[in-house]
Write a protein that binds this ligand. Sequence first.
Ligand code: SAH
Ligand code: SF4
Length: 340
Amino acid sequence: MENIYNLTIEQLEEYFLGIGEKKFKAIQTYSWLYEKRISSFDEMTDMKKSVIEKLNEDFTLESLKVIKVERDKEVNKYLFELYDGSLVESVLMRHDYGTSICVSSQVGCNMGCRFCESGRLKKVRDLKAYEMVLQILEVEKDIEKRISHVVIMGIGEPFDNYENVTNFIKIINHPKGLAIGSRHITVSTSGIVPKILEFADFPYQVNLAVSLHAPNDKIRNEIMPINKAYKIKDIIDALKIYYKKTNRRITFEYIMLDGINDSDKDAQELCNLLKDLNCYVNLIPYNETNNIQYKRSKNDRILKFYDIIKKNNVGVTIRREFGSKISAACGQLRSKKEEL
Ligand code: SAH
Ligand code: SF4
């Protein structure tokens, strides 16, 4: 039986037409699922009994199991168990502009970035769209508030699970779905070039972030094996096409790793690489983990790196650190649990 939260509005309309009902029942159903938050189809008081029976036959409303919640002032971290026993996590962050959630898109990740906990644990499977939707619904239930921003930056490579991720975006962006504005949704990729090009034609104005983490192929090859398949130049060329089509500014993520990618020369080389793009760089202080040897760059190094980029007139920010105390970086909670 399929989970009802997996369906985009078009798919649900098709379903109703297929069972000889009017298309608008899809909107009605969305409003029960996402506005009224029912836990059983029987609560849909404006639906005929025969339709409710059919929905009960064809769909489940089953949610994710919350295994663990870690709470801090600015961050909550959730560990979920999926129907097959797989574990994924979501992180909720409170900002002055609202709340954002970092959603996982796969169980594990095959990209194998050397600094990343998620990459240490090989991909088991892709998440279905409903498993991403339910991460949001469960967290909203817990905090009793609506989430304003969504970043697909948890465990997994979203562009290695393109169809489910784009369906997920359609569902949460729909005004009768979770109604999260497309400009409040960000997808982060390690740089899967063919999918960046496909994404350029995806007709939703969502933000794209690219995990660059190095100013040249030599360094990037060492820390991100995916760079052997898609070189930095291929990524930049794809992003130029993406920009031409979407006119949307690109974010580059850059983890600051002590002695690896954080020299003055690296900063200058990064600026030369990015100077023709409408973009900005988000410097991320590395969140150290027990299993991986890399160290976070010293604070004064991060500030110097920041200054060089700024002087070159490239937009730059330093990511505020969230929840390093409660293992909030990508894959860390799940990884701890798997070791128990
Ligand atoms: N696979 C996608 C999205 C998930 S990873 C991607 O790589 O972009 C989200 C971000 O977290 C990436 O920029 C990744 O490099 C970063 N990240 C992974 N491990 C981290 C750590 N220990 N500390 C800080 N950032 C980390
Ligand atoms: Fe996968 Fe992203 Fe981690 Fe790399 S950084 S292993 S792409 S989740």
